[in-house]
Design a protein around this ligand. Sequence first.
Ligand SMILES: [Zn+2]
Length: 413
Amino acid sequence: MNKELMTKRISENLEHLKNFTATPNKGCTRLPFTKEARQAANYLKTLMQEAGLEVKEDEAGNVFGFLRGTDPSLPCVMMGSHFDSVVNGGDYDGIAGVICAIEVARQIKEKNIIPKRTFVTAAFCDEEGMRFGTGYFGSGAILGNRTPEYCRTFTDKDDITIYDAMKEYGLDPEKIENAKWKDNSIGYFLEAHIEQGPVLDAEKIEVGLVDCIVGIDRYMVTVHGRSDHAGTTPMNMRLDAVDAATKVIYKIADWARETNDGSVATVGYIKTIPGGMNIVAEACEFTVDIRSRNVKNLEDISAKLHDALEREVGAMGGSFDIQNKLAITPVHLHKPMLNMMEEICKKHNFSYRYMHSGAGHDALEIGQVVPTAMLFVPSKDGRSHCMVEHTEYSDFAKAALIMTELAEQLITN
Ligand SMILES: [Zn+2]
């Protein structure tokens, strides 16, 4: 296998994709169902065609390339990632995994491998959920988890629904359910992705073999008290929403630390209402984002949150609302494929380590039902979701090489 040629092709493709951003020179902004998304999708179709694949865009805006196997009755091997980005994001998150998948297809062709199973390259629409506050739109659609009703429910900051944005993009949201793949038609899913964290770069390790993608529980909490004058209301006569909320908030990080297994909990947003320095706040809103590889920790921390709210808000004399915004169970990735990837790393003398992913990915959605393998390449200084995000092109070539050899074993079996 010619690593230089792989690196050259991957770098050319990714450099070209840098053109498709709404914020030139300020990072990649490629939101779903926009002009930039259309340009990128069209370019990906061209690349897939040039690789000799049969190209299809589905009802959700996903782009697929098919390398047909000799036995169409066998479930396929799918490899891919997403082609959208966050606002002012990096040039590799998601899209590099799509380009690696196309490179794998080129390698399969050039090595004259005759696949028994069909190999499918996938470019998923709207993994980030940046525009509509959702996520995993395209990968969810292929599992049958998206409906016209869903598309009508969520809006962007200009009040445009997914439904109308899809129409504008040239898709028919009434047909979204046609994007579902038949049960058991996908035999394996593979995803290569940048780490988006600092571990591989800090430890100078070339490849991360992802054994688990953490589950996520996300809450919006509102504590209700009563607004009063900050100077004239005695401490024992207040219903201070901030006082009660902070008595809950300060414990949350410790609950995660106490698990001792890498679970994390974050209060990333706090708002006081009305928010005046001389007013006792009548309400305090905050978010809680809990992530863990262990379902029990998600449940425990959530239970502690509920208990602490009951106790502290009760003591204050107010009330609270808690809304669950997201609940995803952790995905444990496919052990036999992890073993195969480990053998391939050993064979090529690539340094590697097992690790979990603290970020969600298309593999998290698809891995709920399909045997899934995921591989990370290093992110310089762990930076991601920002324009300084960087990975060496030769690292993507390594990912493509490992995935080619993994895919070869899967499609010929
Ligand atoms: Zn991503």
